[in-house]
Design a protein around this ligand. Sequence first.
Ligand code: C2E
Ligand code: MG
Ligand code: MG
Ligand code: MG
Length: 297
Amino acid sequence: RAKNSGKGRVAVFDRSMHADVVARMEMENQFRRALDAEAFDLKYQPIVSIKNACVQGMEVLMRWKNEHGQWVSPGDFIPMAEEIGLIDRVGEWVLEHSMTMFAEMMARLPSDACKGLYMGVNTSRRQLSNPHFMQRLENIFAKTGFERSRLRLEINESYDPRHGDQALHTMLELHEAGVGLQIDDFGKRQTSLSCFKDYPIEAVKIDRNFIASIATDHSHAVITQAIVQLAHHLSAEIVAEGVESKAQLDLLRSWGCDSAQGYYFSQPLTGERMFQLLADPMQCDGIRQLRQKTHTP
Ligand code: C2E
Ligand code: MG
Ligand code: MG
Ligand code: MG
């Protein structure tokens, strides 16, 4: 009997494995077709300075709706694109389209709304490991007229500069070329900021899972304060991601955190809505409230 149920389990396991493989292949095929058809969207989420309540930048976030009309999370399709060797093409598509949109927006905005404004683009370490990355980026700058000093590539914390010579080489080239680099999702893994001390990092973004509990978990509050101080010692700016409440924002502000991104200010927006927000930041409740605070002595 034991043998039979054992066999049965194996058969069930095989069937569900098979279903997983088929579903995965189907997702890969749909993704390839979407890439050929350029059937993706981009959203832009504002990053607000906690110091002066201005929109300081925006992060580009990719969106994909599959052929069944369901949104697939980039947390699922980005790792897949890396595995099946499509991340370079996907990354170039995102860079070219977001830079085109940004350059158009700049042209339509009064210059004081654009002062220091930057765009953060998520970049996988596999892209940096491609020796042609820099040249392709140069081509996109030339094609779109995007000002390179406004670009900040967000590199996942899992990227450790001590590994991967080509990626490190690319990072130094980017820095030489005047492109900013920032560490994304800091605090998600057990990485130490000292790993990055010899690398040209513009900013560190604290992971949103961490920010989620700073108002309720004392140890997370203490660690976040320490990260802010350490980043400042390394002359890096500090950005909190996933800020959803006033309590979180008030704490971050009291600790000297530079800027914040999250639903408290805004969801990721279409390019047009992002433009409207830049043209009139006071339409955003979070910015309006922060301005009252920063302008009251
Ligand atoms: P990320 O770079 O850490 O992006 C921030 C994520 O937090 C986004 O999820 C955003 O929608 C979400 N978020 C922003 N504010 C809040 C908030 O207040 N609360 C909560 N709960 N979430 C918030 P999204 O868009 O699902 O993206 C997930 C991840 O996928 C990104 O994490 C990034 O690592 C990756 N990704 C997205 N677009 C691209 C891309 O174009 N290229 C690459 N390589 N990766 C991308
Ligand atoms: Mg990011
Ligand atoms: Mg992040
Ligand atoms: Mg994150």
